[in-house]
Design a protein around this ligand. Structure first.
Ligand code: FUB
Length: 448
């Protein structure tokens, strides 16, 4: 029996997330997403706080994990696939495992990653190969000759010809040989791109048009936008088309992204320093939908906290990752010493509300609601369908003080409270939490 339970646990996703950021237990930067065999595989770099001996106040990465999902909501962490001190050509303890990519050619998976080489300065780019997207990956002895730089990206064209692009200095590209491990000819500068710092090339092809997308600093002393150019040829020259995402409102210096189509919808994977507001080299991967205009241009993506995917009502609905928030409401870390515990939303006064879209109510069985909340005075909130005027699903009392024999004092402490469900929407709908009294903080709600 014990063994059966253990193997069941192993089959479950190691982490569930439907909101931004999408991975909740570690930093994940430079998210390259690829669709293999009907699943999305996410190959981010793995920011860590710099240990003693590593360069401080800078990017610090020792290894790569791969994650996968079949619905963009439940992500499985397959663990470490490549680690710095096991790569023959990487300088030990250089903590420079920067933005990677992975592609599949003829049933083999090629993982490209930059790092600091044992010999020489700067960055080189190496390849590791596997039979499966989650590995095990075997690293080549030497980096790719002729590629000095960072942020490799590989495009496999419809005719099977592969191209590699990279940054670190002017953006360059080259044909790859059929073995996917050597350049086939000289590297070329990518012509036609705008002036200003650029890195993180991500190339893809859609309806016969090649897209070269990249983080770009457009303003002096500015942070990175995501921008793009198009061409009828895989190596350009390119025509600059504009911005995919504007600069971070809180000055996270980098952004880095990938763009994939999954089940008929295009998605932008990018990163932001959600879990580390004071230090922007500890980043977290996010996803938002991306849309094309009829002429092939890309509509600007406005980053959201809600992200993508449908949240099961029986999971924690993190209303602080709201779709819409009333003025005056605010978001704060639940525990500033452990930011991976996430956020809560403060509903400051009667009537203030937070909406959260795309919740699946079809699996409710027991007819009650659980919520993690905190208040400084006895209060309450309602949970409604879609918005503050929506049908009431539950009215939740938050009693943090009591009198007489019920005397207690839970003011300012997190409480788990329950309430019966008066109404459950059918299928997928939205929820809204509405303050019905004094201020209340809501960490999450869950329906059972
Ligand atoms: O993650 C390290 C570097 O920061 C990446 O290689 C760049 O694209 C930027 O995101």
């Amino acid at each position: 029996m014990k063994r059966a339970v253990a193997s069941l646990l192993l089959c479950l996703p190691l982490w569930t997330a439907a909101q931004n950021p999408i991975i909740h237990d570690q930093f994940t930067a430079d998210p390259t997403a690829r669709v293999f065999n009907g699943r999305v595989y996410l190959y981010p770099s793995h920011d860590i706080p710099a240990p003693e001996g590593a360069r401080q106040n800078w990017f610090c990465m020792a290894d790569y994990h791969v994650f996968s999902s079949d619905n963009l909501v439940d992500w499985t962490d397959h663990g470490v696939i490549v680690t710095q001190n096991k790569v023959p050509w990487v300088r030990p303890d250089s903590y420079s495992m920067w933005a990677p990519d992975c592609v599949c050619k003829d049933g083999r998976y090629y993982f490209y990653f930059p790092s600091a080489p044992r010999e020489g300065r700067g960055f080189a780019v190496g390849v590791a190969t596997a039979d499966r997207p989650e590995g095990p990956f075997v690293c080549e002895e030497k980096p790719i000759e002729g590629v000095t730089g960072i942020d490799p990206c590989v495009l496999i064209d419809d005719d099977g010809q592969s191209y590699i692009y990279w940054a670190g200095g002017p953006m360059r590209g080259a044909r790859l040989k059929g073995n996917m491990k050597e350049l086939d000819g000289e590297a070329q500068m990518m012509e036609g791109l705008p002036e200003g710092f650029k890195e993180g090339p991500y190339a893809f092809k859609r309806e016969g048009l090649y897209y070269l997308t990249f983080p770009w600093v457009r303003k002096e002393n500015g942070t990175e936008t995501l921008a793009y150019a198009t061409s009828r040829n895989p190596l350009g020259p390119w025509t600059f088309r504009g911005i995919i995402m504007a600069e971070s409102p809180v000055a996270c210096w980098t952004n880095h992204h990938s763009i994939v189509e999954f089940q008929g919808q295009w998605y932008l994977f990018y990163h932001h320093n959600d879990y580390s507001p004071a230090f922007d080299k500890l980043r977290a991967a996010r996803i938002d939908k991306l849309r094309f205009n009829a002429d092939g241009t890309i509509r600007e993506v406005v980053p959201t906290l809600r992200g993508v995917g449908v949240t099961r009502a029986t999971d924690h609905i993190e209303v602080d990752r709201y779709s819409r928030l009333d003025k005056g409401c605010s978001i704060a870390f639940v525990d500033t010493l452990d930011t991976f515990r996430g956020w809560s939303v403060r509903l400051p006064k009667k009537g203030s509300s937070a909406e959260y879209d795309d919740v699946d109510f079809s699996m409710i069985q027991h007819g009650y609601l659980v919520a993690r909340v905190r208040a400084d005075a006895n209060t309450g909130f309602s949970v409604r369908e879609r918005n503050a005027k929506g049908r009431v699903m539950a009215r939740v009392k938050v009693m943090c003080t009591g009198e007489g024999q019920f005397r207690r004092d839970y003011r300012g402490r997190w409480l788990t409270v329950t309430a019966p469900l008066a109404y459950v929407p059918k299928g997928v709908s939205g929820v809204c939490v509405v303050c019905e009294g004094e201020a209340v903080d809501v960490d999450w709600i869950q329906l059972r």
